[in-house]
Design a protein around this ligand. Structure first.
Ligand SMILES: Nc1ncnc2c1ncn2[C@@H]1O[C@H](COP(=O)(O)OP(=O)(O)OP(=O)(O)O)[C@@H](O)[C@H]1O
Ligand SMILES: [Mg+2]
Length: 319
């Protein structure tokens, strides 16, 4: 891939706070015009990565380039091409939607801030509420306006830190549609999320960030193919049976789903192995309510990778 085809290039980023290493070795790149999801749990270092890439803080080591500009050495040039919608809203809630956008337009020295504001309000389907104070808007509307605000300067690279956290399912779907539309218009989007479903639905590429490293990255289907083939799922009567089954089948890689009383077991897909699984359960007097063969979900990948961090960390999955 040509260097110019890559909008975000991150190599061996490191960041510590006091003696706590937050980012140990973060490396990834995002092709122009695609969506990359940085997927990780609370405290994984997602916001820290975004803050480095948007020049708010400096890394202790490693390099990062946005559209070819070094974030540490050329922050002004980086500012010209990026925009950020942070994890927490930056709106002035005492103002109307229109007023918020106008202020942003003036900060960007636009020649026609009104025109830009009207266009963005239309694009985000917010025109009807544009003259109401933002304090009276719903969470989903505020989040849309947050993103609209970051589009005022027509950035080519957009950073979205947890764009849908706290939104209801309908607003989340609307947000996904907006992000896809921006990508389809040629924008490069780096978003962070704790939701596996969101990463799977939205991202062209996903990086799983855990304990300061990208454990694996690739398209959703590439990530799924990292897991052994032949995953099967058992559903049990109750939690007690689920716990016993997880113990009895401990020699295989498993992932528990307590809410559904189910256990996913990753096997080599051979009939002998299946027979052995059932034999273990029978000998443990555990009755199986439902059995199915499945292709692994992204959740399985995530949970397995985090569990198997050591081995995956060593031979970091290359896709
Ligand atoms: N300024 C700071 N000083 C000290 N520790 C910090 C600072 N900023 C972040 N941290 C710590 O770094 C770790 C990673 O934080 P970060 O905000 O990057 O995580 P995150 O992946 O965005 O989590 P969340 O999903 O909760 O937003 C956390 O343990 C956090 O407490
Ligand atoms: Mg965060």
């Amino acid at each position: 891939m040509e260097k110019t085809d890559v909008s975000i290039f991150v190599s061996s980023l490191k960041k510590s706070y006091k003696d706590k290493e937050i980012l140990k070795d973060v490396t990834f790149s995002v092709p122009t015009g695609t969506i990359y999801a940085l997927l990780g749990s609370n405290g994984a270092g997602k916001t820290t990565t975004i803050r480095i890439l948007t020049t708010q803080i400096r890394p202790d080591g490693g390099t990062a380039h946005i559209q070819g500009f070094d974030v540490a050495k050329e922050p002004e040039k980086v500012h010209r091409v990026i925009s950020l919608t942070g994890q927490f809203s930056a709106l002035d809630e005492s103002l109307t939607g229109m007023e918020n956008l106008l202020i942003m337009g003036r900060l960007h020295h636009l020649s026609a801030p009104e025109k830009s504001a009207v266009r963005l309000l239309e694009y985000f389907d917010l025109s009807a509420s544009s003259s109401r104070r933002v304090s009276s808007w719903s969470g989903g509307m505020k989040r849309k306006l947050d993103i609209a605000m970051s589009l005022v300067g027509s950035p080519s690279v957009l950073f979205l830190d947890e764009p849908t956290t706290g939104l209801d399912p309908q607003s989340r779907l609307a947000m996904w549609q907006i992000v896809r539309r921006l990508r389809d218009g040629g924008m490069t989007v780096l978003l962070t999320t704790q939701y596996l479903e969101e990463a799977e639905q939205l991202a062209d590429q996903i990086g799983i960030l855990h304990r300061g490293r990208i454990l694996a990255q690739g398209t959703p289907s590439q990530l799924k193919s990292l897991l052994p083939q032949g995953a099967v799922r058992f559903t049990f009567r109750d939690q007690e049976d689920l716990r016993c089954a997880a113990f009895l089948l401990g020699k295989w890689q498993t992932s528990s789903h307590p809410a559904e009383c189910a256990l996913t077991v990753f096997t080599d897909g051979r009939a002998d192995t299946l027979r052995e699984l059932f034999r273990h359960l029978r000998e443990g007097h555990i009755s199986v309510r439902k059995f199915s063969e499945l292709s692994p979900s992204l959740e399985d990948v995530f949970l397995t990778m985090i569990k198997e961090e050591k081995s995956y960390g060593k031979n970091k999955a290359k896709l």
